[in-house]
Structure formats: structure tokens, C-alpha cells
Design a protein around this ligand. Structure first.
Ligand SMILES: [Zn+2]
Length: 353
């Protein structure tokens, strides 16, 4: 269990350039699936045949391989790198960040203004930021960095105390790792149509294509979602009121089931089924009602003639930053819940309400 999570977290796979992650996943699932295919966009689709395949619904279980990051767009006169974001990144966390540029992982730092000079607190636009790779002029920088090079957070995977995992791109390498564990740990009655998708962070694109290929009866996305269990940074710092930004999802309280997000409404039959399973198997879970964000299930449920879909998410603090944080116990509970889903799913679950 979790054998590949560190490797997955530290691999660089900004949307559209997921090849390093794909390599790890292909190795990890080798021998525990019956068919593997890499599609035209680069998503991995794999079939693990069930022991009662024809009698059970076919389930597409999805996790996305890509992560947010940046792309180089040029070099300015001083040899500093211009760049744009790929996926959603808050400009406020970027100044001073350590990054790796291009396929050889050239180290760099995003410019930040020293506090001595930053007289006001204006947020600098990413378009006005630059990355310093230590080049002394434009020619030197141009020799090292090409337009279109991806730029990733430079961050190591760490275990904080015994229960907390910290690293970049746990959204959604944690989901990839859960899916790998589900495939490796057991066999199931239903056919599993596994999809490790590309380009989720820029519009759920890889899943759309993968779902058309796999033609599932049911979709299950494994994700890492924003945990809102941090104090409100806008609150009065002297107040004793520990007001949360969003108390609906907390790290360490179990995997999160979504009713609805920006991309989909969870199928009510599958949501009811997941909640019943969690109760029967004693898996703690949380319900997320916030509308923000989207998942690959947003693409899967609209594929073909429609695919009833649901999402199991790991609550993560500081996602889309170099140091996301998830709980070890949430991870294990997400694996258990996904396994229970696959072991027990019958066509009866999908009967009209
Ligand atoms: Zn994600």
C-alpha cells in the first residue's frame, strides 16, 4: 500500500506533459490488469476483468495524472524567464517559490520583492513575474530554456509526524496511488476500466476521451479536494473565534463524498450506495456541499449516452501549491471505500429511485 506515492508526488507532470507519471503508473499496474492502452492524448486506460464481469456493471475508476504548474513563454533582456500558469494557481503564493524548469529540471526561483521595497501589499500578476535561473544574460538563458518548457514546483515528499503526508501534486497523485492500490491489492466481481488521465487541470479533457473509449456503465473519480479546515486568514488575529473558511471537509475525518460541484451533480443512487457502504464497513466519511471545483467525473457523466458517476476525494490542505497535505488514515479509508464500492456493485444499485 502507498508504495508509489512518493515517486508519483515527486514526478513532474504538468498538464500536457504527463509522460514521467505515465511511466510510473505503467510499471505499477503491470501484471495486475488484463489490458493496457495509452490513448491518443496520453491517458492510460486499463482493463481488470472481474470474476462475474458480465453480470455486473462495468466501472470506470479514474484519477488524473497531471498537475498544475507553469509554462515558459520567453526570456527578457536580463536573462529572466517569462511564464504563464497551467491550471489554477493563486498568484499570491508564487513569489519566492523554488521551481524546476524544462525537461532537465533547471533550478530557479520566482522573483520576489524584498520587504524593504514592497511598500504596499498589491498582489503581483503572474504575467509580471519572472523566474531567475541564475543566467547572467538573455543568450545564456535562451541556451537553457525554450518557449513551451513546463515549470514545476520544486518540492520533496515528506511524512510529517506519523499521520500526515506532505508533497506537491497530491492532487491528484494521491488519487493515482489509491487507484494503483485498488488494482494491485485484490480482484473484484466487476470489470474495472481504470483511467489515469491527462489534462484534468485545464478542463477535464483526458477523461472525456478515455470515457468514450471505455464505455463504462458507472464512473468513479478518485480525487484530492480542498480541505477548508484552516483558520480564516481574514479574521481578527486577536480574536478567539476559530472561524473556518469552509468547515465542510477536514483532513483526517475520512474521505469526502460530493453532492455537487462546478462540473457535475453526483448520481443520487451512487451517493446513497457509497454512504450505506461506508456505514456497513465502518469507514468514516464527510459530505462536501461546496460548489467550487470540478473533477473528471464532470466529463465522465456526460460521455456517450450518459454515465452515472460519483467522486471519492481525499481532503487536502494547500493543494495547487508546492506543499499539499493529506492524512494517512484518509488515504487508507479511501482505498477501503473504493474497494467496497467495486466488490458490492450490482445493477440493482442503479434501479430508478
Ligand atoms: Zn484534481
Amino acid at each position: 500500500m502507498m508504495e508509489y506515492l512518493q515517486q508519483l508526488s515527486e514526478a513532474i507532470g504538468i498538464s500536457g506533459r504527463e509522460e514521467a507519471v505515465r511511466k510510473i503508473v505503467l510499471e505499477a499496474i503491470d501484471g495486475c490488469v488484463d489490458e493496457v492502452h495509452v490513448d491518443a492524448l496520453g491517458s492510460i486506460t486499463a482493463i481488470k476483468r472481474g470474476t462475474e464481469g458480465s453480470k455486473r456493471p462495468k466501472v470506470m475508476v479514474d484519477a488524473h495524472m497531471d498537475e498544475v504548474g507553469f509554462m515558459a513563454t520567453g526570456v527578457d533582456g536580463d536573462g529572466l524567464i517569462k511564464f504563464v500558469p497551467v491550471g489554477g494557481i493563486d498568484a499570491r503564493i508564487v513569489p519566492g517559490m523554488r521551481v524546476k524548469v524544462g525537461p532537465s529540471g533547471i533550478q530557479g526561483v520566482v522573483l520576489s520583492t524584498p520587504i524593504h521595497k514592497n511598500k504596499d501589499s498589491t498582489v503581483i500578476q503572474i504575467a509580471n513575474m519572472r523566474i531567475d535561473i541564475g543566467a547572467s544574460n538573455k543568450e545564456e538563458a535562451n541556451g537553457k530554456v525554450k518557449k513551451g518548457d513546463r515549470i514545476a514546483f520544486d518540492s520533496r515528499y515528506r511524512i510529517l509526524n506519523d499521520s500526515t503526508i506532505c508533497g506537491k501534486s497530491l492532487d491528484d497523485r494521491a488519487g493515482c496511488s489509491v487507484l494503483i492500490d485498488v488494482l494491485r491489492e485484490s480482484s473484484y466481481p466487476c470489470d474495472i476500466l481504470a483511467a489515469f488521465t491527462v489534462q484534468e487541470e485545464i478542463g477535464l479533457r483526458g477523461a472525456m476521451v478515455a470515457a468514450r473509449r471505455l464505455k463504462p456503465d458507472v464512473g468513479l473519480a478518485l480525487e484530492c479536494t480542498t480541505a477548508g479546515d484552516i483558520p480564516n486568514p481574514l479574521a481578527d488575529p486577536d480574536s478567539d473565534d476559530p472561524a473556518d473558511l469552509n468547515p465542510t471537509c477536514r483532513v483526517g475525518r475520512g474521505p469526502t463524498l460530493s453532492f455537487m460541484d462546478r462540473s457535475m451533480i453526483a448520481d443520487p443512487r451512487l451517493l446513497r450506495y457509497l454512504r450505506q457502504l461506508a456505514d456497513v464497513y465502518g469507514v468514516p466519511y464527510q459530505l462536501k456541499t461546496q460548489l467550487g471545483g470540478g473533477t473528471d467525473a464532470g466529463s465522465i457523466h456526460r460521455a456517450n449516452t450518459g454515465v452515472p458517476s460519483a467522486v471519492i476525494s481525499l481532503p487536502g490542505r494547500y493543494i495547487h501549491s508546492p506543499h499539499a497535505l493529506i492524512s494517512h488514515s484518509d488515504y487508507l479509508n479511501a482505498v477501503r471505500l473504493a474497494q467496497a464500492f467495486l466488490e458490492n456493485l450490482t445493477h440493482d444499485v442503479l434501479k430508478p429511485l
